[in-house]
Design a protein around this ligand. Structure first.
Ligand code: GRF
Length: 200
């Protein structure tokens, strides 16, 4: 049996989560969102998940040590058995223990053409550096900040007079285009058969 279940982790607005949800609803992405988990109780993305009737969990991270928090996440996720864990504006670095639980199955999206401009405020970093092309990247998460094998990227031209807001908005449009496509690629991969058994 194929596993096409997605766990979404987010900390804020959740527009990437909504774009994934919409791609599934349109029938462009053959997947199911098994849960949406936020480390921020009042994240707008969590409210949207509730509105959509999805399983939405708040697991606040404030004041909890990283390994301990990630253990709580793993415990919560185990009951859903997701094929992929999709970080969608999840503002935390994951511990090696968490990544070991889902080897090669944790995806992240970043608003720059990695390896350029990792970390916070990627669009501002790009503007300040003066690049003429930036964009967005979906990659597998590893223990670094926005490192890990690249799955898909889209380029976005930096225009004369761009502000952080205008550039971010155009990059975000492309983020919404590539995340579900990268998920489709990875679902095909994790469900491909090795020696007659599903590769998990
Ligand atoms: C996006 O720009 C994403 O690339 C970055 O955090 C932002 C999340 O936005 N990792 P949203 O919550 O999906 O709207």
């Amino acid at each position: 049996m194929e596993n096409r279940e997605l766990a979404i982790l987010l900390s804020g607005r959740g527009s990437n989560f909504v774009a994934i949800y919409e791609a599934i609803r349109r029938g462009d992405l053959d997947a199911k969102i098994c849960c949406v988990i936020s480390n921020v109780a009042d994240a707008a993305g969590l409210t949207r998940a509730n509105e959509f009737g999805l399983t939405a969990l708040s697991i606040p991270s404030r004041g909890i040590e990283r390994t301990e928090y990630d253990r709580m996440l793993v415990t919560a996720l185990r009951s859903f058995d997701p094929a992929l864990v999709c970080l969608a504006g999840f503002m935390r670095i994951l511990s090696p223990e968490f990544l070991k639980e889902y080897p090669g199955r944790v995806l992240n999206i970043h608003p720059a053409l990695l390896p350029s401009f990792p970390g916070l405020h990627a669009q501002k970093q790009a503007l300040e550096y003066g690049v003429k092309i930036s964009g967005c990247t979906v990659h597998l998460a590893d223990e670094g900040v926005d490192t890990g094998p690249i799955l898909l990227q889209r380029a976005v031209e930096v225009l004369e007079g761009d502000t952080e807001e205008t550039l971010s908005a155009r990059i975000l449009e492309q983020e919404h285009q590539i995340y579900w496509r990268a998920i489709a690629l990875m679902l095909a991969k994790v469900n491909s058969r090795v020696n007659g058994r599903p590769a998990r």
